[in-house]
Design a protein around this ligand. Structure first.
Ligand code: AMP
Length: 561
């Protein structure tokens, strides 16, 4: 095992590292720090989050920047405000021992005038989200024309979030002589293209196998009926008393709804999504970091890149639409060598996606059963008994109180006391779980039945698609909103660029068309046409169950391998 001393970092930095409690470099640090310290190479590093990559580029940046000069020498680009703040915080820690080192974070959603003031005071390193940086460039506050290093952190995420053009625009303002250090958890074709466009002969490093997840993460899944997803989530939380988790939902609306339901049901939960004000988001994140909040219910975008230690579970209440998001979600746990569980709650129909994720990240998921009500009660009881046995008794403080307690309990036998103590703590839980269904058993629930119906449904064309900012969820919401139909009435939805297809039960086709056709959406007249029965889909869309899974896999993992 190598030591930090062998990597070539300055004495001041070695002292700082010691102060931070980092004893040995992580693999990415060990391999990359000596290369970066040479200060003359482009680097592409494929490393999962939680591997210590911020220090892998942060320590060399602090080492290489010249504090005698006030000009901006390095730029770190990150996809989200949260990640930007986190990197800034880490860099501040790394540069503690160096006087006059100014590292300035610039990100959207906060006062621009304060950021301008800080940038004007001189920033050797800027840590920025693309949008706000471009704003500051336009205002000619930021000058990156002579920078020496650009770090693209979570590059795949930046591209997923549509920052490709912004990155092009920003890099066009940097000198050809700069070095680019690109860090990414996954390596889709688009990231490769960035590497090819902006780097020459980069040093390439892969930590673990390509696309392989962090080995300390245990991947598990539960199979439940659609309508039991939320109940399964509660069972998991009830069963794991010390759970400290991020629960991922697909949409902001779901996130808010699930968090509200959890709070209503007595759980310590809160929501994190883009519709909250910055102040609300900061408050939630602060509570989660301080561990006064136990369940953070979040969207992919809002929780991207967050580094909170000791998260025990990442719970995918729904699997993400984009396969790569799964890696980012699960990377919230098992950070810095710790272990963690990434759990997906899926319906039977979705188990195919689990197989595809397994293939893509080269790991195996373990199928788990949802704990039954009796199992939850038993586990909680044993935990309580354990706590009872281990509790610290402060004799001199309670001695005075005990005679009255003895007197009250005198008529009861030992067995009675145990029974009553158990009931006192457990009656509400027992009440709640009395007669609770076994969520592992697939009932003939509405969802399965309704899906069957679409074998004889109609397939409709609609002239709205991704171009209009729609995805499956948004289109479904729009259809339901306009037509009054329920989610269960709608079958498969295919969202394309400028148009989409969706299926409805035959008996509802006319009504769906009537309500949607001719209405105006974001300035466009909506056109809906019946293309035929749903089982008459074009072959390439859904040739067979097996083939369509392969298609999904091929599409989602394009460029991964
Ligand atoms: P990152 O992948 O940069 O988000 O880092 C994940 C976590 O690992 C952060 O909390 C770091 O403080 C911590 N960390 C980074 N390097 C080391 C190290 N060499 N030893 C122990 N912890 C580290």
């Amino acid at each position: 095992m190598s030591s930090f001393q062998a990597l070539g970092l300055s004495g001041a930095l070695l002292e700082t590292i010691q102060g931070l409690g980092f004893e040995t470099p992580t693999p990415v640090q060990e391999k990359i720090i000596p290369v970066l310290l040479q200060g003359d190479r482009d680097v592409v590093a494929l490393a999962q989050t939680g591997t210590g990559k911020t220090a892998a580029f942060g320590l060399p940046l602090v080492h290489l920047c010249d504090v005698q000069q006030r000009s901006t020498q390095a730029l770190v680009l990150a996809p989200t405000r949260e990640l930007c703040l986190q990197i800034h915080n880490d860099l501040e820690n790394f540069s503690k021992g160096v006087k006059n080192f100014n590292i300035v974070p610039v990100y959207g959603g906060a006062s621009i005038s304060e950021q301008i003031r800080r940038v004007k005071r001189g920033a050797q390193i800027l840590v920025a989200t693309p949008g706000r940086l471009m704003d500051l460039m336009d205002r000619q506050v930021v000058n990156i024309s002579s920078i020496r290093f650009v770090v693209l952190d979570e590059a795949d995420e930046m591209l997923n979030m549509g920052f490709k053009e912004d990155i092009d625009h920003i890099l066009a303002d940097t000198p050809d002589t700069k070095n680019v250090w690109l860090f990414s958890a996954t390596m889709p074709r688009e990231v490769r293209a960035i590497a090819q466009a902006y780097m020459s002969d980069p040093f390439e490093l892969t930590i673990g196998q390509k696309n392989q997840g962090n080995e300390n993460i245990e991947h598990q899944y539960l199979v439940v009926d659609e309508r039991h997803r939320y109940d399964a989530l509660k069972r998991i939380v009830d069963y794991n008393l010390d759970i400290f988790a991020v629960v991922f939902c697909r949409t902001k609306l779901d996130t808010q709804r699930i968090a509200e339901n959890l709070i209503r049901d007595g759980y310590n939960a809160d929501a994190l999504h883009g519709d909250l004000t910055q102040q609300q988001r900061d408050k939630v994140m602060k509570a989660f970091k301080e561990k006064t909040l136990q369940l953070l219910v979040a969207t992919d975008v809002a929780a991207r890149g967050i580094d909170v230690s000791n998260i025990t579970h990442v719970i995918n209440l729904n699997l993400p639409d984009e396969l790569e998001f799964y890696t980012h979600r699960s990377g919230r746990t098992a950070r810095a060598g710790k272990k963690g569980i990434s759990l997906a709650i899926v319906t039977k129909k979705e188990t195919g996606k689990i197989r595809q994720i397994e293939k893509a990240i080269q790991t195996t998921f373990e199928r788990k059963l949802v704990p039954t009500g009796a199992e939850v009660c038993q586990k909680r009881l044993l935990q309580l008994v354990h706590r009872l046995r281990e509790v610290n008794v402060v004799e001199h403080e309670i001695n005075d109180l005990l005679p009255a307690v003895y007197e009250e309990l005198m008529p009861l036998s030992k067995e009675d006391i145990i029974k009553r103590f158990t009931s006192l703590e457990f009656n509400h839980l027992l009440d709640y779980y009395r007669g609770a269904p076994d969520l592992n058993k697939s009932t003939k629930g509405e969802t399965y039945e309704s899906n069957e119906r679409f074998v004889t449904g109609d397939r409709l064309f609609i002239n709205l698609g991704k171009m209009d900012g729609l995805d499956k969820g948004k289109l479904l919401a729009l259809i339901c909103d306009r037509t009054g139909l329920k989610g269960k009435d709608i079958g498969k939805i295919d969202v394309k660029g400028a148009y989409s297809f969706f299926e409805v039960d035959k008996s509802l086709t006319d009504s769906a068309r009537e309500h949607l056709h001719g209405f105006e959406y974001k300035g466009r007249m909506v056109r809906v046409e019946i293309t035929g029965p749903s089982d008459d889909r074009p072959k390439k869309v859904k040739p067979s169950k097996k083939k369509s899974r392969d298609d999904w896999f091929a599409r989602k993992t394009k460029g991964w391998r």
